[in-house]
Design a protein. Sequence first.
Length: 255
Amino acid sequence: MEENKRGKTHGTTILALKYNKGVIMASDRRCVAGSTIFSDEMVKIEELGSLSCIAGSGAVSDFQYLVKFLRDNLIPHFEKYWDIELFVDGQAKLLECIMENASLYVWPILAGWDPCIQKSRIFLFEADGAFFEPRHYTASGSGERNAMAILDNNWSKDCSQARGVEIAVEAILASSKVDVNTSNPLIHPPIIKCMDPEKITTVSDKATFKLSWKKFLKDQARRGENSDLVKFLFSADSKNIKLEKTINNSEGEKK
């Protein structure tokens, strides 16, 4: 896990990127306790409003506290007081205030659609309260470096939602190859949420799982390392065949 000057650590990979009609957030599923993998089913992206989500790297308990305090206390209070819905810009100001005054082991990314200016927005926060608004995309966590490399090389201004989801999956996959704190998308599909002017859409595990293997097999083919067994297991013809039976009979079975 990466460590900052205050001795705090954060392991994971979370990211956000804009596309031509909104913004996408993605995260892996791993939760570590020291050098031990505690879970590969962790939820690291939470919906804050009707058009915004927050993701966090760092201490799970601090992230859960942050989300609960924002979603169940601060945001409802201000919405009731002003009688309006608080969107991503207002949520960012509240989050900035919390991060400046609380000692939390968490590095959040807040993203969503801002109907006031009709644009998608991304905010990246440091544990000490500093925050930034990246123009196009960002990443955080121990897998940040590899995720940013994928985003730098693949993102474009006219990026569609479908292409954005593919880039997000590829970024998580690239991080998992070198970062032990990032779960493998080939086994544990990442969480991906898309926010547009109307709603938040969660990409299904089946879709992210399929995209992860598609990218993996494409890379294997490029290197001339494709496995016939792997291709068979995840081909359309093998949908109704049990995995255990397939493995046991793979050597004598050709499809």
